[in-house]
Every structure is written in structure tokens, then in C-alpha cells.
Ligand binder design. Structure first.
Ligand code: SF4
Length: 371
């Protein structure tokens, strides 16, 4: 039986439906009760047994006494963009904090979730990397962030947005998902489950720093979720300086694994490229990137870097961003400049660090926002 304890009580979001059935069987309950509970958790978005009125009172009371549904403690909620960008800071069991960002657009609602508290990857432009790895999140802790966002969305004024449910999940918050692969993948399966949250696999995107073993593993998975790779430099010397992972998996090896992934899945890969003034944003570097990616089934997302106080890095001027894009496009590379959200509340790419006392100067993340 898989580990079902998050704390001393079974944490319901960590449990698959078969494990829930097993738990209920031990309580002398029929299997259909577990399915009812599962629907309450993932379809009705109930987070309290007291509200699950289709379950017998005695069962609700036992669930309340002996299990937990909510382990994310909301420490702070910040909003921007007329309330359509909402960043939550959660304390998790153990005392660490993680961040989750909901972004509501006219045609979709995207939630960017964390997969680890802190991160071991140490990218120089990222505040989460400064924290080091604190701990991996469980599958339930990853799923619970999405359910929080779904409830948050339901509470928005219908006059503000016609979007009623989460349409996209991006695993681009704190942490490297492939460094917590098993738990992260369980979260993907849970969110996709047609009997539960029922989110399409193609509506989920994972972003990796370039962990080659994870890319190869993802290529063999049955669910066709989207892959984004943080590239950020066109040559090994610069990439190794910005992203220590490059010393382990240099660009040639990373792109070879990416080609294998594309060959196995026939899916287009996104490369994320955060633009830093004078560092990686020259036309020559754009040309080198264009040459590197030529002929690959891919798309490049250019991300104007968001300010992170305390680093010597600078944000590329708009004209340099557009020039970079033009050069890439001239090389035949599909390329967009990411729409920015939430900079004022440090919810944009590269700005999540989960530092509760100092959110304004926080910074982290993989590169989320707006696919
Ligand atoms: S960019 Fe992503 S992989 Fe790199 S340190 Fe930040 S969270 Fe970790």
C-alpha cells in the first residue's frame, strides 16, 4: 500500500481512489462511498467533510476526526491585474513555504504550482535557487494548490471573468519537477483522472531546467502533457554560468534528449529563454540560438527578466527583446514574447521565493505564466 500519511492522519489528497477504497474497506464502508468522497474532493472541490452531505453523518465525522484534507495554510494572498492575478503563499507541514499563482485571462485560467519547497538547481537569476532544496512536496500538496486555485476562481465576480474552471496547470513554480518525479507524476495523474478533476493532459505543462533523465522518462509516459525546457543561453560556457545543471547535462546532450522526446511523441517542445540585458540578449546570440534549434519541432518563449533585487542582472530593454525575436524568426524559429503578469506582486517568472517577511524582494521560479 502506498504511503498514505502526510502527517499523523491520512491526507486525502495523497490517496488514489483505490487507496481510498482500501481505507474505507478497513472502516467497513462500501467502495461506492470512496467514489462519493473522491467526487466531493475533485469535482465539488469540498475541503471539509462537514460539507459532504451525500455521505452519512457518522462517516463525515470519522473523516473529520481521522483524516485531513487541507494542509496548505494560507499565509498571504496578494492580487494584481484587477484581481485576475492572485499569488498565494502557503505554509506546508514542516514549516516551509511555497507559492502558487492563479492567472485569469479572457479565455482561460492558468495556475502555476510549486513541486518543491526551495530548489537545488541554483540558477543564478532565480530566487528559489537561492533557498536550496528544503523538501519535496507530496502529490497531494501539489494537487491541493490546483484545488485552491479552482476555489479561488469560483469566488471571483462573474462580471470579472466568464471563466469558471481551471483550464491550464503549469508546473513552473518553485522547484524542479523532474527532481521530484514520482510525486509530481502522481499529481498529474490525479488532476487528469476523468472521474475526478478531469483536466486534459494537453492542458498541463511541465517546465524543466533540462534534466535529461526526466525528459527521457516523460517521453515514455502515456499522458501527452506539454514539455517546456529552460534554455536561457545558446552556448555551454554561458549556460553553465547561469545554470549549474548545464555542467551535468550540456546543451548537446540536452538537445539530443529533446530530439528523442520529439521523435517518440511527435509533440512540439517549448524552450524558455529569459532575456538579461547584455548577458544573453545580443543579435549574435539570437543567431546562435537560431542555428542551434534550426529544424527542431519547437517554439521559443522569450521572457523579459523580472527584477530581482540583490542581483547584478538587468532586464533587457524592449528594443533588444524585439530585435532578438526578429533574428530568431529570420532563422525560421517560431517565437513569442511572453505576456507578463503579476510583476507588482512578484508573481511573475523568476519572482517566487516564498520568503514570507520579504515578498516584495522575492524572486524565483522556472518561468511560468501564459502559455
Ligand atoms: S529556475 Fe527553476 S530549476 Fe532553476 S533554481 Fe529556479 S526553481 Fe530551480
Amino acid at each position: 500500500m502506498q504511503r498514505i500519511m502526510n502527517s499523523e492522519r491520512p491526507y486525502l489528497y495523497d490517496l488514489t481512489l483505490p487507496v481510498l477504497e482500501q481505507l474505507f474497506k478497513g472502516w467497513g464502508q462500501p467502495a461506492f462511498r470512496a467514489r462519493q468522497l473522491y467526487r466531493q474532493l475533485y469535482l465539488n472541490l469540498s475541503d471539509s467533510p462537514a460539507t459532504m452531505t451525500d455521505l452519512p453523518l457518522a462517516l463525515r465525522e470519522r473523516l473529520a476526526a481521522e483524516t485531513s484534507t487541507t494542509t496548505l495554510e494560507l499565509v498571504r494572498l496578494q492580487t494584481a491585474d484587477q484581481g485576475l492575478t492572485r499569488k498565494a503563499l502557503f505554509r506546508i507541514p514542516g514549516g516551509e513555504v511555497v507559492e502558487t499563482v492563479l492567472m485569469v485571462y479572457p479565455d482561460r485560467a492558468t495556475v502555476c504550482v510549486s513541486t518543491q519547497a526551495g530548489c537545488a538547481m541554483g540558477c543564478v537569476f532565480c530566487a528559489t535557487g537561492r533557498l536550496g532544496l528544503l523538501r519535496n512536496l507530496s502529490a497531494g500538496e501539489i494537487v491541493e494548490q490546483v484545488l485552491w486555485a479552482a476555489r479561488e476562481l469560483q469566488q471571483l465576480d462573474p462580471g470579472t471573468t466568464p471563466i469558471q474552471r481551471i483550464t491550464n496547470v503549469v508546473f513552473m513554480g518553485m522547484g524542479e519537477p523532474f527532481a521530484n518525479y514520482d510525486r509530481w507524476w502522481q499529481a498529474v495523474e490525479r488532476l487528469h483522472d476523468p472521474h475526478g478533476f478531469n483536466l486534459g493532459a494537453r492542458n498541463m505543462t511541465v517546465s524543466t531546467v533540462g534534466q535529461v533523465t526526466g525528459i527521457r522518462r516523460l517521453a515514455r509516459e502515456a499522458l501527452p502533457i506539454n514539455l517546456a525546457i529552460s534554455l536561457h543561453a545558446p552556448d555551454d560556457a554561458l549556460r553553465s554560468e547561469m545554470m549549474p545543471i548545464n555542467q551535468r547535462y550540456p546543451i548537446a546532450e540536452l538537445l539530443a534528449a529533446t530530439q528523442e522526446y520529439i521523435a517518440a511523441t511527435n509533440r512540439r517542445v517549448s524552450f524558455e529563454y529569459v532575456l538579461l540585458q547584455g548577458k544573453n540578449d545580443t543579435p549574435e546570440q539570437a543567431a546562435a540560438l537560431g542555428t542551434l534549434l534550426h529544424g527542431m519541432l519547437c517554439h521559443v518563449n522569450l521572457i523579459p527578466w523580472n527584477p530581482v533585487p540583490g542581483t547584478p542582472l538587468g532586464r533587457s530593454e524592449r528594443a533588444r527583446v524585439l530585435r532578438f525575436q526578429q533574428v530568431l524568426q529570420a532563422h525560421g524559429i517560431a517565437c513569442t514574447v511572453r505576456v507578463e503578469r503579476g510583476i507588482a506582486i512578484a508573481a511573475a517568472c523568476g519572482q517566487l521565493a516564498g520568503l514570507p517577511g520579504d515578498l516584495a524582494s522575492s524572486a524565483s521560479v522556472h518561468i511560468p505564466l501564459g502559455e
